[in-house]
Design a protein around this ligand. Structure first.
Ligand code: GLY
Ligand code: MN
Ligand code: MN
Length: 439
């Protein structure tokens, strides 16, 4: 199951309606080489994929709604049996034209020759300067050549405008089909987390737990959405710990942040539990606090509410709890205002989720105005508290006693905004205090 041709067409039509007299250019991801000719697994650029569904490297999509004949043009690698023996199957020009709904398809080596006809009557170029600097330079060179001709022609693209603000609002609201794909990725990640909960015991290595999780992903044809984090003991305080090589000890906290990817749509789940013992008193109080922050933050998710409220709610709960526990001291409002909680909670409470794990789309319009939640938004809610062994409290804040140090807890769920509220897509992984103690 994936996105059908009609939906890709609808996406392109929406984009083209927005760009009017402009021409938009999207490059595929290049084929990247790891070392000595060994290739990284290929991962398509999400914008390019969103508009085309085309999953090969070294391709370019051009959208020129003002062009008389060709509004959607693809440049692809031509068939080349000798090359394909090394690089794998390429669909080629003719087949791409049949399958991908383009008005015209050219071999990629004709890009420089053919591109100008789609730019010459455009008033601007929509293009995101991305990671592929060679391609960035190609687009800039074409633009410059029209700028040079401008005095004579009085016509042509006078600006390159970043394509993100035009395309990303479309990506931000998920279609029914996209929601289904995220659900599939979620289902498998839920199974993987439950399997890890079963498997984790004192004496196993973090990488063995990672292998269990990724075995589940692989057995459904899915891949990790990002490097899996399996962080035991003090490692739980490192936000992006991916070494995963420590042996888990009895009484450790184990923080697992792992998600799967299905047709490039992602899931992203974190659970933290104790291994081989009940929570210590300190672990339990922090766990309860993070869970309360997460539940209250989720309760703010419904159409019409500000995105920003989710983070603000989590911060309020966390700061209140840290004050009650004596880990912060002083005035509640002032601590929030001066961000004195940051040594414990240094990241945001979530992000959009979709074709990218940190998905496309803005969160704020300037300082004051937050994005308003709408049905079809999918986001994560992932508050945490991290009391590093090396924690440095903010100015005038108390030193942290040893017994609290080394506790890192994050709880992360994926949430769909619905017509009348929200749905916790990842509810299949337990998170109650009772269920998170593996004795
Ligand atoms: N695993 C990446 C994140 O939670 O944002
Ligand atoms: Mn996340
Ligand atoms: Mn995560």
């Amino acid at each position: 199951m994936s996105i059908d041709a009609a939906e890709y067409r609808q996406r392109r039509d929406r984009l083209m309606k927005k760009i009017g007299h402009g021409t938009a250019i999207f490059g595929s991801a290049p084929l990247s080489v790891m070392h000595h000719d060994v290739e990284y697994p290929f991962r398509q650029e999400s914008d390019f994929f969103y508009l085309t569904g085309f999953d090969e490297p070294e391709a370019v999509a051009v959208f020129a709604p003002h062009h008389e004949e060709h509004q959607f043009v693809l440049f692809v690698q031509p068939k080349d049996m000798e090359k394909e023996t090394w690089t794998g199957y390429r669909i080629g020009v003719e087949e791409a034209k049949k399958q991908y709904g383009a008005d015209e398809v050219y071999p990629i080596n004709e890009l420089n020759e053919k591109l100008p006809q789609y730019l010459k009557n455009a008033d601007r170029i929509y293009y995101h300067l991305g990671r592929d600097d060679t391609f960035n330079q190609t687009v800039i060179r074409h633009w410059q050549s029209f700028i040079r001709q401008y005095p004579k022609r009085g016509k042509g693209p006078i600006a390159i405008e970043d394509s993100n603000p035009t395309l990303h609002p479309l990506r931000q609201i998920k279609s029914a089909r996209e929601i289904e794909l995220v659900r599939k990725a979620v289902k498998v990640a839920v199974e993987a987390h439950n399997r890890a909960l079963e498997f984790a015991k004192p004496g196993v290595y973090e990488y063995q737990i990672q292998a269990e999780i990724e075995h589940t992903f692989g057995s459904y044809g899915m891949t990790p959405a990002y490097p899996s984090i399996v962080a035991s003991g003090e490692n739980s305080c490192i936000l992006h710990y991916i070494e995963n090589k420590r042996q888990v000890q009895k009484g450790d906290l184990l923080l697992i942040d792992a998600g799967s990817s299905y047709h490039y749509y992602n899931s992203d789940i974190t659970r933290t539990f104790s291994v081989g013992a009940s929570f210590s008193k300190e672990q339990q109080s922090i766990y309860e606090l993070v869970l309360e922050a997460q539940l209250q933050a989720i309760s703010q998710i419904k159409p019409g509410n500000d995105y920003k409220t989710i983070h603000d709610t989590a911060v309020c709960v966390l700061v209140g709890g840290l004050l009650d526990l004596g880990l912060l001291k002083g005035d509640f409002e002032q601590i929030i205002e001066e961000e004195k909680y940051k040594p414990f909670y240094m990241h945001r409470t979530g992000h959009w989720l979709g074709l990218d794990v940190h998905d496309a789309g803005v969160y704020q319009y300037g300082e004051e105005k937050s994005v308003i939640l709408q049905p079809g938004h999918i986001l994560t809610v992932e508050p945490g508290i991290y009391i590093s062994p090396h924690i440095k409290p903010a100015e005038e804040q108390p030193e942290i006693p040893e017994r609290w140090r080394g506790i890192g807890i994050r709880i992360e769920d994926d949430i769909l905004v619905t017509e009348d509220g929200c749905e916790v897509l990842t509810a299949g992984v337990p998170k109650s205090v009772e269920e998170m103690q593996k004795i």
